[in-house]
Write a protein that binds this ligand. Structure first.
Ligand code: SF4
Length: 265
């Protein structure tokens, strides 16, 4: 039987597979906690499971993670972590310190297809979407680094490589694992998703009633200038976003806070 990615399953699906393979259903909850609360990266680290169960897991599933292959710290403590993913692709996450707290800036895609003129990632082109666990692992890695430094992870921003709303389903699933009580349990109010203005994605956020913050990178209020900086604007004129995204009438419970980012380029 071909091994499958253990982190691709819901807890209920995992319980069903375990029962089919002679394990008790309650093991799924224990395994889930190791995967999504403790962020372990190998079955042998699941120390409240018997050796036999761990071996069974290893015969049924794969548990793959990226490896931190690059670390670059600046004088203010800001630290860039470069990950080599199992397929050889490279992504980055950044720890941004502030007093006794830290913010994680995470990537959502390998490369980006939007080609904003000021952005190195845009120049790389697009390779693929990140899986939910590949986004989650970045948060765990930055959280561990912050804790090693005696601080705690207080905020997460999706401002790394990629346009998160073009990887909607995987980003939302990662956020569920990061904010869920059966995951890392971080408050959604501490999480900000930044978009260049993907109208369809903004509308879906409103429809889905998400509880995290949304930031829109404006960079210029003049459409012609914005067109040059961010070619995506050719079909998402910012004046029309709110109207076309339905965000002004976003349902109660939808994205809590809308920030407009304007940086001088
Ligand atoms: S959307 Fe973000 S990652 Fe993509 S090219 Fe623009 S600034 Fe870079």
């Amino acid at each position: 039987m071909e091994k499958t990615n253990i982190r691709a399953y819901t807890q209920k699906e995992l319980a069903e597979i375990l029962v089919q393979n002679g394990e008790k259903a309650f093991r799924a909850k224990q395994i889930w906690q190791w995967l999504w609360q403790k962020g372990v990266t190998c079955f042998d680290d699941m120390t409240n499971l018997s050796k036999e169960t761990r071996e069974r897991l290893a015969s049924l599933f794969i548990l793959q993670t990226g490896t931190i292959t690059h670390k670059q710290e600046s004088s203010d403590g800001t630290t860039k972590l470069g990950f080599t993913l199992p397929d050889g692709n490279l992504i980055e996450a950044v720890l941004i310190p502030s007093r006794d707290k830290a913010t994680a800036c995470v990537s959502s895609q390998v490369g980006c297809k939007l080609k904003c003129s000021f952005c190195a990632t845009g120049g790389l082109g697009f390779t693929r979407n990140l899986l939910p666990e590949e986004i989650f692992d970045q948060v765990v890695a930055v959280k561990r680094l912050a804790e090693e430094r005696g601080t705690s992870l207080s905020n997460i921003v999706f401002m790394g490589m990629g346009e998160p709303l073009l990887n909607y389903n995987n980003v939302i699933q990662a956020i569920e694992r990061i904010t869920g009580n059966d995951g890392l349990g971080m408050s959604p109010s501490r999480l900000t998703l930044s978009t260049s203005g993907i109208t369809e994605g903004i509308r879906r956020l409103a429809d889905d009633g998400v509880r995290f913050n949304l930031a829109i990178s404006l960079h210029s209020a003049i459409n012609a200038t914005r067109d040059k900086l961010m070619p995506i604007t050719g079909h998402t004129r910012y004046r029309n976003w709110l109207k076309r995204s339905n965000i002004s009438s976003a349902k109660r419970g939808s994205a809590r806070l809308l920030n407009i980012y304007y940086s001088k380029v």
